[in-house]
Design a protein around this ligand. Structure first.
Ligand code: GDP
Length: 191
């Protein structure tokens, strides 16, 4: 899949803001600071196409990007942030749940975890939910460039076991490892 056009469309703060269209949407989910923006930027081969990570505690939004005028990337706000008021967490839940449960355009999820760590309970919950709704998804373990070969093998086992999954794609925004695999998953969904 060659991405030749990627445009920021809008940030949604509630379902009323969602763009109106009939194209498929691929959403990216993961805890804050996991490397979600870097992954999206790598896929669209552009540095900082207005994709900036939201700081914990700041207003959270769902960001929509139009790709090749054929489909959308949807950047979900990161979860798992510590030290934010309950009100912010509640707002996050409402926003994300609404998108995940109600958005008809949603066709698949790219679930991102940190290759260096055991998945969090939020990561586990997300993957359990994905299985339960039978939405196509892949799990991507990012920042793999920070792991030695040995450690990588160990982490693969730990992550697969924690999430009860058979397939895991290792990714690095630094050397683009995994880029092709992720792109071909997306291509299958949107073509
Ligand atoms: P987001 O909050 O999930 O969107 O995370 P960002 O994409 O902003 O990344 C958070 C931090 O991790 C930044 O300092 C990135 O430079 C770094 N980072 C992201 N992906 C990678 C990666 O694949 N390898 C390495 N070494 N660092 C990464």
């Amino acid at each position: 899949m060659k991405i030749n056009k990627a445009e920021f469309v809008l940030s949604a703060f509630s379902d009323k803001d969602y763009p109106y269209h009939n194209l498929p949407e691929i959403a990216f989910s993961g805890k804050s600071n996991v490397g979600k923006s870097s992954l999206i930027n790598t896929l669209i081969s552009r540095k900082n196409l207005a994709i900036t990570s939201s700081r914990p505690g700041r207003t959270q939004s769902i960001n929509f990007y139009s790709i090749n005028n054929k489909f959308y990337f949807v950047d979900l706000p990161g979860y798992g942030f510590a030290r934010v008021p309950d009100k912010v967490k509640e707002k996050w839940r409402e926003l994300v749940n609404n998108y995940l449960y109600e958005r008809k355009n949603l066709q698949a999820i790219v679930q991102i975890v940190d290759a260096r760590h055991k998945p969090s309970s939020d990561d586990q919950m997300m993957v359990e939910w994905l299985k339960s709704v039978e939405l196509p998804f892949i799990v991507v373990a990012t920042k793999v460039d920070k792991l030695s070969k040995n450690k990588r093998k160990k982490q693969e086992k730990i992550i697969k076991e924690a999430l009860h999954i058979d397939d895991l794609i290792f990714f690095s925004a630094q050397n683009r490892e995994g880029n092709k695999e992720i792109s071909s998953f997306i291509y299958q969904i949107v073509s």
